[in-house]
Write a new protein. Structure first.
Ligand SMILES: [Zn+2]
Length: 473
């Protein structure tokens, strides 16, 4: 038997061991919590916008031609959204919505000759990351006259470069940032915009460099074989065809579309080569999307001039880090409709950052990881001129209403506006559009406008470039 003294000694020993274990336990739990938190907030994010990428010309979305084999491969680790919708057919306005999560009439950015820059009072996703104090931010765009500092698109980016450049030039700059300028001990938010699928990057419709040039166009013998002889300015040529000033037969249109595919193939090759070489997929989210699509006279237009689905549907692929593949149940396609404005709040949630301020988009992240059952994204207004919702589309074109059943008529050829069985649905969609218009107006009114000194001043060179792209007269 132990005497009292021994018992006390043993008891004290036991107590101190308990304390020690308790301290170890608390340290372990706290350490794990902190480590988790630390890990969650340290993922890198790369947001890629491939300008003018029409969804059904990508192999991933049904084009049987191997236009984008690298994106197909990359998307095997990701979530592929089949019904993502943009807000407009315009590059600047659409990107302002991508970065802020606001609709065009709410952020108020316009592109005309005396355009309106993105109001600095709004938050961009780059500012969200920068305000954490530990994220690095960098943005590289390939549109010199819109996606630039004059339009305040650089808000929140510590490093920001813009200018009309090919994917090779833009990605070279990004590589230099990744290797030489970036602090490897800190996480980053990186925005990459490529312009190559757009017509007229080098003054011609969809001019891809070799070996992509000629890949699908070498057999064409039509009158637009040599662009230098026909018209050195691709976009103006295409918009002239919208006004029937230039005639295009089916073979010509196919040829122009084939050139577009070559531009997409080049873009696919370059962006995926960069991602595969420089990105650590263990701890990086990659989001690939576009600002709008492109049309080839499926209706009456070339380029991106209407709000038909060829223009307003966009690709959206989210590739979670390797270690989170299970959590996101990656390798799947998502049928529900989502919007470009949902991207900012969703990324912030993925980064465990505070909720997006002044934002009309919805956070899809809890739904993507299965915490909520229903997709939170709502109807998709496109300006105040169209609404895509629940398999239907209402479209006001040249003061006339159109209504399409997208499930039965994905080509949007049959206008059902006069069919009485859809009257309730049509009225409901008109109401939703007007509610969005009111909400946009409220948001705009609550924001202080830029003062006189911040008004846009364009150089002659910029105006000339915009004219050549067919955007201003
Ligand atoms: Zn664009």
């Amino acid at each position: 038997m132990l005497d009292l003294k021994q018992e006390n000694k043993m008891g004290n020993l036991f107590k101190s061991k308990c304390y020690l274990w308790a301290i170890v336990f608390i340290w372990f739990v706290l350490g794990n919590i902190l480590a988790c938190k630390h890990k969650k907030n340290n993922h890198n994010f790369i947001l890629v916008s491939l300008d003018t990428t029409r969804i059904d010309r990508l192999s991933l979305y049904g084009n049987e031609r191997p236009v984008s084999p690298n994106i197909v491969e990359l998307a095997k680790k990701g979530l592929v959204f089949d019904q993502a919708v943009t807000v407009t057919e315009n590059t600047l306005i659409s990107h302002a919505s991508l970065l802020t999560g606001l609709y065009p009439a709410a952020h108020g950015t316009t592109y005309e000759e005396n355009g309106t820059p993105l109001n600095q009072a709004y938050h961009t996703i780059a500012e969200d990351f920068l305000s954490t104090g530990h994220y690095q931010t960098a943005g590289f765009t390939a549109h010199g006259t819109w996606l630039n500092k004059k339009f305040n698109i650089d808000q929140g980016f510590q490093v920001f470069k813009s200018g009309f450049r090919s994917a090779d030039v833009v990605l070279k700059e990004v590589e230099e940032w990744m290797i030489q300028m970036r602090d490897p001990t800190k996480p980053y938010f990186l925005f990459i915009h490529l312009f190559d699928p757009h017509s007229d990057r080098d003054g011609r419709p969809y001019q891809a460099p070799k070996p992509f040039f000629g890949r699908w166009t070498s057999n064409y013998k039509g009158k637009y074989h040599n662009w230098d002889e026909v018209n050195p300015n691709g976009s103006l040529f295409l918009t002239a065809s919208n006004r029937d000033k230039i005639s295009l037969n089916d073979e010509d249109i196919r040829h122009i579309r084939d050139q577009y595919d070559e531009g997409l193939a080049y873009t696919d090759n370059r962006i995926c080569r960069f991602l595969n070489k420089y990105v650590n997929f263990e701890d990086t989210f990659v989001i690939i999307t576009s600002d709008h699509g492109e049309e080839f006279k499926e209706h009456e237009y070339m380029l991106h001039s209407s709000l038909y689905d060829q223009v307003v549907r966009i690709p959206l692929i989210i590739i979670p880090p390797n270690r989170m593949q299970k959590k996101y149940n990656a390798h799947r396609r998502i049928k529900e409709q989502v919007r470009i404005v949902d991207i900012r709040p969703t990324i912030l949630s993925m980064a465990s950052l505070p909720e997006a301020q002044l934002c009309q988009g919805k956070n899809l992240n809890p739904w993507l990881i299965g915490d909520v059952y229903e997709c939170p994204a709502g109807p998709a207004p496109i300006y105040h001129l169209a609404l895509r919702w629940d398999g239907y589309k209402l479209y006001i074109k040249k003061y006339k209403y159109y209504f399409f059943n997208l499930r039965k008529d994905p080509e949007e050829k049959v206008n059902l506006i006069d069919q009485t069985k859809f009257s309730d649905c049509i009225n409901n969609m008109k109401n939703i559009l007007s509610q969005y218009a009111q909400e946009d107006k409220r948001i705009r009114e609550n924001i202080e406008y830029l003062n006189e000194n911040n008004k846009l001043i364009r150089t002659e060179e910029e105006l000339k470039k915009l004219r050549s792209l067919g955007y201003i007269k």
